[in-house]
Design a protein around this ligand. Structure first.
Ligand SMILES: *[C@@H]1O[C@H](CO)[C@@H](O)[C@H](O)[C@H]1NC(C)=O
Ligand SMILES: *[C@@H]1O[C@H](CO)[C@@H](O)[C@H](O)[C@H]1NC(C)=O
Ligand SMILES: *[C@@H]1O[C@H](CO)[C@@H](O)[C@H](O)[C@H]1NC(C)=O
Ligand SMILES: *[C@@H]1O[C@H](CO)[C@@H](O)[C@H](O)[C@H]1NC(C)=O
Length: 611
């Protein structure tokens, strides 16, 4: 019996290895012939413009006094202010910690700082803010509950005695994190880290409950009293196995759970889901909230669904996620991204560590001067389960419609097309010239202008129910198939819009490193958010995309600014988004998580005088 099982297991393993080998071989082959990467499998109508710059030639004033100029300047100052806070030795670093966190640093903080120094890491206390947004609520939960909830999770990274182990899961997220932890495990205390193996987020506790826990947790903040315990407790695995009862909700719609995480006075909290899918989605009639004359001026707010209630009808994560498994009870769960109101704990996403070709490239970077004036996007129509009745509310579909001259033309030709009309896609608004005066639109050239610039297509329609090949009864006629394209080819284009998939976009780090300019819209937070400055390292976009065309007009007519942001984004990501920086972040995170899970946490800490 046992033997037969062994044979079966061996067979499965061989099969798995074989398919991995074949798969990577296929990746290899895909890279070779150029014609496989033609922009489209069928040609698009051609623009009457020779160059996207043409619409600016006639104008003397060249979009002077543009709000984006102010934002670029403000971003400069913001980064300058941050870098002034950089610390270079353990005592100022610990002082910055106490001032910002209201606690003593965790045990082992000096070793952590030494590690950061050997990795040439830029240490600014603010760069680690996300750790504290994530961990702080757990100070309101009993350490034994945190440990039990963790130990009884299915997919785990476990640290004991300076060694890392993983649960049996072979899912690549767990494997990637296992590799990541191997690099730093000798420094780490004993912990169990439950790994989220889904794209989607997992933990969402109501705003009121989190608030209670934060209040309770804050009671233990004290920097006056010196820590009496300066090392972590050993985790004793033996006597009682964990008995924590997890409960996961799988029932859509997600929005109704999600908005409970918003503050009681926020616009989203009381915004019920729009159940009528027979109408086109509604777009706000004003500039998006927290913008400077229509352009994102506070990236934190731009990403926050609580402030932008209309997003519930304009993003696949809320319309219908592919999978949903959420708990409303606070438990530790480590994820690659989350929305502001989720309570997952962020790790750098596994795809950033893994080195998969879809998410990173080692090709030499094309200089800006050799890049095309082109807006390039390739990817699948993911973002949730798009269906015949709800696809017009999906964000990726909206992006591609807005980058499609023909669809813009159709919509312009039939501005009053009835809801039932299938001549227009009904999934984006035409420009409002009082909010965003557009050159191309005023000249009657918006569709042609977009054609002259755009190279954007789906590689897969993710039709539901699933269909063969590229066929899809409801989106097939709207979206032509684009050839797949490896990253280094995408980087021949200057402009790279980057929007969410089922959760965050795994290509973002590679885009930042590319010398091209990412134009970013997302509702997902990532580990690196406190170290990247909008308008300095990337161009931020509102999640409605109403600012997409105006942003593109600005960039095409201000090539010097576009180039500067692209280059500074690249330079900065080579400085603070390296794998070394991820390790330093994770190391600090584990110290905090180990402390908050420790029964003696209130007395624990690091201080100069105690060592
Ligand atoms: C902006 O916020 C206010 C108050 O928070 C809200 O009433 C309004 O609907 C929001 N507007 C947009 C366009 O999101
Ligand atoms: C952005 O808004 C957040 C939340 O209101 C605020 O805490 C933060 O200071 C703002 N950031 C900037 C750069 O103004
Ligand atoms: C999206 O469409 C599917 C069916 O096509 C439906 O089951 C789902 O509930 C829709 N989403 C929402 C939020 O209603
Ligand atoms: C642009 O829209 C037209 C009309 O819907 C469609 O035929 C075409 O395939 C679209 N192009 C792309 C690249 O999706």
């Amino acid at each position: 019996m046992a033997r037969r099982w062994r044979n079966r297991v061996a067979f499965v393993v061989i099969l798995a290895v074989l398919s991995i080998v074949l798969w990577s071989y296929k990746e290899e082959v895909r890279e070779v012939p150029d014609r496989w990467h033609g922009p489209f499998l069928n040609p698009e109508p051609v623009s009457s413009l020779r160059s996207p710059k043409d619409i600016f030639v006639k104008d003397e004033d060249k979009l002077d006094d543009h709000p984006i100029d102010d934002l670029v300047l403000a971003a400069e100052n913001e980064l300058y202010g941050l870098l002034k806070k950089r610390t270079h030795d353990i005592s100022t670093t610990a002082a910055a910690y106490r001032a910002r966190r209201g606690r003593h640093p965790p045990p082992g903080f000096d070793e952590w700082f030494k590690f950061a120094t050997t990795q040439d890491c830029v240490v600014v206390e603010d760069f680690f803010d996300q750790i504290y947004r994530d961990i702080e609520p757990f100070w309101g939960l009993s350490p034994a509950v945190i440990r039990d909830a963790a130990a009884s999770s299915r997919d785990l990274i476990r640290v004991r005695n300076g060694q890392v182990a993983k649960s049996t899961s072979e899912w690549f997220f767990v494997n990637a994190y296992f590799d990541m932890f191997k690099e730093i495990v000798v420094h780490l205390p004993d912990v169990d880290l439950p790994i989220n193996t889904m794209d989607e987020t997992r933990v969402l506790v109501s705003w009121e409950d989190i608030n209670d826990m934060m209040v309770r947790g804050a009671e233990s903040k004290n920097v006056q009293r010196l820590p009496s315990i300066t090392s972590f407790s050993r985790v004793n695995d033996e006597p009682h196995p964990p008995v924590f009862e997890h409960s996961w909700l799988h029932e859509p719609p997600y929005w109704n759970i999600a908005r409970q995480g918003c503050p009681p006075d926020s616009p989203a909290r009381h915004a019920a889901l729009d159940a009528d899918f027979s109408t086109p989605p509604e777009f706000p009639a004003t500039w998006p909230n927290s913008t400077h004359r229509g352009y994102v001026s506070n990236w934190t707010i731009a990403k926050d669904p609580c402030v932008h209630a209309h997003i519930r009808n304009l993003h696949g994560s809320f319309v219908e996620p592919i999978s949903q498994s959420t708990t409303t009870r606070l438990v530790p769960m480590f994820s690659g991204s989350k929305m502001r109101f989720n309570n997952d704990i962020l790790l750098p996403p596994a795809v950033y560590w893994h080195g998969d070709r879809r998410f990173s490239t080692t090709y030499a970077r094309t200089p800006w001067s050799q890049k095309r004036d082109e807006v390039l996007w390739r990817g699948s129509a993911s973002g949730g389960r798009n269906t015949e009745i709800n696809w017009t509310r999906f964000h990726r579909h909206r992006l591609l419609s807005m980058l499609n001259g023909t669809q813009i033309q159709l919509t312009m030709d039939a501005p009053n097309a009835s809801v039932a009309s299938s001549d227009v896609p009904h999934n984006f608004p035409l420009p409002n010239k009082d909010l965003y005066p557009l050159r191309s639109f005023a000249q009657g050239l918006l569709p042609d202008w977009i054609r002259s610039l755009s190279n954007a297509a789906f590689t897969w329609l993710v039709c539901f129910p699933a269909t063969e090949n590229y066929a899809c009864s409801y989106t097939g006629s709207w979206y032509r198939r684009g050839g797949e394209m490896p990253l280094h080819r995408m980087f021949k284009a200057k402009y790279l819009p980057d929007v969410d998939g089922n959760s965050f976009s795994g290509r973002y780090r590679a885009f930042l490193q590319s010398n091209s300019l990412p134009i970013k819209a997302t509702i997902y937070d990532e580990w690196h958010d406190d170290r990247l400055i909008a308008w300095k390292h990337f161009v931020p976009m509102d999640n409605t995309f109403v600012d997409l065309w105006p942003i593109l007009e600005y960039l095409v007519s201000h090539d010097d600014v576009a180039e500067k942001i692209a280059l500074e984004g690249r330079r900065w990501s080579d400085t603070v988004l390296r794998k070394e920086d991820m390790l330093v972040y994770v190391y600090r995170l584990v110290l905090e998580y180990a402390r908050v899970s420790d029964d003696k946490r209130a007395e624990m800490g690091w201080s100069e005088t105690r060592q």
